[in-house]
Design a protein around this ligand. Sequence first.
Ligand code: FES
Length: 145
Amino acid sequence: MMYSDKVLDHFQNPRNVGEIEDANAVGLVGNAKCGDIMQMFMKIEDDKIVDVKFKTFGCGAAVATSSMATELVLGKTIDEALQLTNRAVMEALDGLPPVKVHCSVLAEQAIRAAISDYYKRQGIDPEPIVGKIEEVDHDHEIACD
Ligand code: FES
């Protein structure tokens, strides 16, 4: 069996799919090699992630990892969310095949990109806090269901 039951479950029933209309943190990242893109929406209040949703035009592992990543950061502080690694997301899913590891990186980067946007909206340079992120063009619309 190539995928764990948890990966299959999160792929078939992804949690927190969609958009948050009044999000105050939105990140869009992509992987140049596979062409997959992922958008993450957050509502942050008093440094806490009170709501999070995602949309992805990506593979099954991208869906599963972003679904798990949203569950792991919901209710957490910004600091806690920034400590979430793709490795932790993979572990929470009982692992991924090696060729799919980059998909979990996309989920980690999408969270960082959203938090980076949160700081930018307040006129704060996010790079010292969040690190460097390869974001894709914000005008790019994602087709996703
Ligand atoms: Fe690119 Fe999974 S194959 S995100």
